[in-house]
Each structure stands twice: as structure tokens, then as C-alpha cells.
Ligand binder design. Structure first.
Ligand SMILES: Cc1cc2nc3c(=O)[nH]c(=O)nc-3n(C[C@H](O)[C@H](O)[C@H](O)COP(=O)(O)O)c2cc1C
Length: 134
């Protein structure tokens, strides 16, 4: 089984940016489906942008990304990185919502492109670690 990790950013549709219910709905479906498909990762929603880290087997990841790409609750999805990995970073999180800390908030205020991938990866790791410590 070849493990991969995708990190992407997107613009939340107005309803998703403002309604907690939408986020709860996304996290509910994620928990259910990702447990089934062995997808793990982290989701951040801040100032109208989603930043998501998803890791899993290639086929499951491709199926998930196809569903996510079609989801009208966001648009302008830009994949920042899609790389093979040797092990999962978040093996226990079928999708954890993580609060954006100030460095991530700063990063999200600009338009992100694949050249930001390494920095975004580090920032997401730190934010997720702080989250896990709570
Ligand atoms: C920003 C964002 C992140 C999402 N992340 C996931 C995810 O990790 N796993 C998942 O199954 N669905 C995720 N979804 C929802 C999918 O687009 C889709 O609605 C869902 O997988 C359909 O599941 P269902 O057929 O069980 O209703 C996400 C949607 C958005 C907008």
C-alpha cells in the first residue's frame, strides 16, 4: 500500500465560512468515511479559507479528493503538495479540526501556491501539536 499526503487550500463558500453547522456536517461525514477508508488528517477553517491535510492510500486519497473537489461548500481548490510518505503524521485522527494559530492566520492572509507547501506543512504540524496538547 502506497501512502500519500495531500495538502490543499480552498475558499469556503459563504455558507461554510459562516455556519458552524456546515463545519459540523463536514466533520461528521469525514469521521465516518475516513474511518472506513483509513484516511487521517487535519482540517483548519479560518477567515473563509479551508486548509486540509489528508493522508492515506493512493486510491482512497484520490477517491476522497474527487469528492472534495466537487463539493459546493468551497471553491478555488489549490493543491499545495501531493507526496508519497513513509508513515502517517496523524495516525489517530480520522479528521481533526485544528484552530488556526497566529502563524497560520498570517500565512492564510496571502494567496498560497505550491511554493508555500513546506512552510505550510511545518505550520500545520505545530498547530496540530498544540491542539493535541489540550
Ligand atoms: C473542506 C472540506 C473538507 C472535507 N473533508 C472530507 C474528508 O476528509 N472526508 C470525507 O469523507 N469528506 C470530506 N468532505 C465532504 C465531502 O466533500 C463529501 O461531502 C462527503 O465525503 C460525502 O460523504 P457521504 O457520501 O457519506 O455523505 C469535505 C468537504 C469539504 C468542503
Amino acid at each position: 500500500m502506497s501512502l500519500h499526503r495531500v495538502i490543499y487550500v480552498s475558499d469556503a463558500a459563504e455558507i461554510a465560512a459562516t455556519s458552524l453547522l456546515t463545519l459540523v456536517d463536514i466533520l461528521g461525514a469525514s469521521e465516518r468515511n475516513n474511518r472506513r477508508d483509513h484516511i487521517t488528517g487535519v482540517l483548519i477553517l479560518h477567515s473563509g479559507k479551508f486548509l486540509q491535510w489528508v493522508e492515506g492510500a493512493r486510491l482512497d486519497l484520490d477517491r476522497l479528493m474527487a469528492r472534495i473537489s466537487r463539493d459546493p461548500r468551497h471553491k478555488n481548490l489549490v493543491v499545495l503538495s501531493d507526496l508519497p510518505i513513509t508513515e502517517r503524521t496523524f495516525p489517530d485522527w480520522f479528521m481533526a479540526q485544528v484552530q488556526a494559530d497566529p502563524p497560520i492566520v498570517g500565512k492564510l492572509s496571502a494567496t498560497l501556491t505550491p511554493k508555500d507547501a513546506d512552510e505550510v506543512e511545518q505550520l500545520m504540524r505545530s498547530a496540530a501539536l498544540a491542539h493535541a496538547a489540550h
